[in-house]
Design a protein around this ligand. Structure first.
Ligand code: PMP
Length: 398
């Protein structure tokens, strides 16, 4: 392991070199079936030819200019997002955390310009993850992200997803600004909320003048087989939504979307970014959007996800002593395990497949949306072998 990098990551001993579609290669030419995909970021797999072409063409033209100028790519990508969602306006940044920061600022500022500056409280949920910046760790549901980084900032309230009465009471408080929630929890372990849950919270927010923020950083951009996970349900649209990850197909892009009403406080001088939405990012983002948003891609992702989940459920029956549950939505799949999930990830790697970790001792499968049927079968074959191995080799999780 290298000691010249800050030691904040628990890195696998895999020295990456290149990627092609669903496969990741190391410097020695070994390859793995990649079901991590940059944690749901390389939505179209590695080195998609249309993304490579867009990047190369833009690289020769213009990389970066300040947001003091009009950037046509931003307007084009914003319009695509607006045409396919609830939103009226878009702000581009560079990461999921930045998208969350912008969303939270927008919510507080809305109440400020409405003459209710006391509305600062943001309600978040246990098991959620919203990023590593200050506001994001405060909004996140896992207190360990905050440990040693000072007291929780004022205005962040934590509840559990099943605390119906507590949620209703908190939304009704006169100091509440917003609710922030992932329609499918990612890091929490592929936990999908129901349409009823989202509708109840949407209606409560509307009733009490509270803004609803969705964090679709991980669940968005086709991951669940719809462009955005909340679009599986009617009548649950948010006021603000943070997105990132697959939006850039591997190029760092984040964005938050809002209705005109929710964004009304965000006037000149209230927010900004040097790199956000630069021409290089926008060229790749547009190419990624046009591929992912195609009905053909989304239908493919839904079909392959259905195949995978059926086969994974059969695997669960076969290894019922090791797999507790198959869950998630679309291509955001979680396997809740009996053996320690971190140890299982290493074992899976030995069997030529890469999976991501998750909360509640789960592993996540976040393959390319373009995963083929044959590759999906290969995922199951490799996991089957890894589970057979796990039975003899791995300790049970505490
Ligand atoms: N929100 C969610 C739901 C995420 O999954 C992540 C990243 N895993 C983030 C926010 C933070 O994104 P980033 O790492 O790009 O800052």
């Amino acid at each position: 392991m290298s000691d010249n990098l800050l030691g904040v990551y628990n890195r696998a001993p895999l020295v990456v070199d290149r990627g092609e579609g669903s496969w990741l290669y190391d410097v020695d030419g070994n390859r793995w079936l990649d079901c991590v995909m940059g944690i749901a970021t390389d939505g179209l797999g590695h080195a998609h030819p249309k993304l490579v072409a867009a990047l190369e063409a833009q690289a020769k033209k213009l990389w970066h200019v300040s947001n003091i100028f009009r950037i046509p790519g931003q307007e084009a990508l914003a319009q695509r997002l607006i045409d396919s969602t609830f939103a009226d306006v878009v702000f581009f940044g560079n990461s999921g955390s930045e998208a969350i920061e912008g969303a939270l600022k927008t919510a507080r500022r809305y109440h400020f310009v409405n003459g209710a500056p006391e509305r600062i409280d943001v309600i978040g949920f246990a098991g959620s993850f919203h990023g590593r910046t200050y506001a994001a760790v405060n909004a996140s549901g896992n207190a360990s992200y905050l440990e040693g980084f000072g007291p929780r900032l004022p205005g962040y309230v934590q509840l559990t997803l099943d605390d119906e009465a507590g949620i209703a009471e908190a939304i009704a408080r006169p100091t509440t600004a917003a609710v922030i929630v992932e329609p499918v929890q990612g890091e929490g372990g592929a936990r999908a909320l129901t349409g009823e849950w989202l509708k109840r919270v949407r209606d409560l927010c509307t009733q009490h003048g509270v803004l609803l923020i969705y964090d679709e950083v991980q669940s968005g951009m086709g991951r669940t087989g719809k462009l955005f996970a909340h679009q599986w349900f009617e009548g649950v649209e948010p006021d603000i939504m943070a997105i990132a990850k697959a939006l850039g197909g591997g190029f760092p892009i984040g964005a938050f979307l809002a209705t005109k009403e929710a964004a009304k406080g965000m006037v000149v001088g209230t927010h900004g970014s040097t790199f956000g939405g630069n021409p290089l990012a926008m060229a790749v983002g547009i190419a990624a959007f046009d591929e992912i948003a195609k009905e053909e891609t989304l239908a493919h992702a839904r079909a392959i996800a259905a195949e995978l989940v059926e086969q994974l459920n059969a695997l669960k029956d076969k290894h019922s002593d090791l797999i507790v549950e198959v869950r998630g939505k679309g291509m955001l799949i979680g396997l809740k395990l009996v053996p320690n999930n971190r140890e299982f990830m290493a074992l899976a790697r030995d069997h030529g497949i890469l999976v991501a970790g998750g909360g509640e001792n789960s592993v996540r499968l976040l393959p390319s949306l373009l995963l083929s049927s044959a590759e999906a079968a290969e995922v199951v074959t490799r996991l089957d072998a890894a589970f057979a191995d796990a039975r003899t080799r791995l300790a049970k999780a505490a």
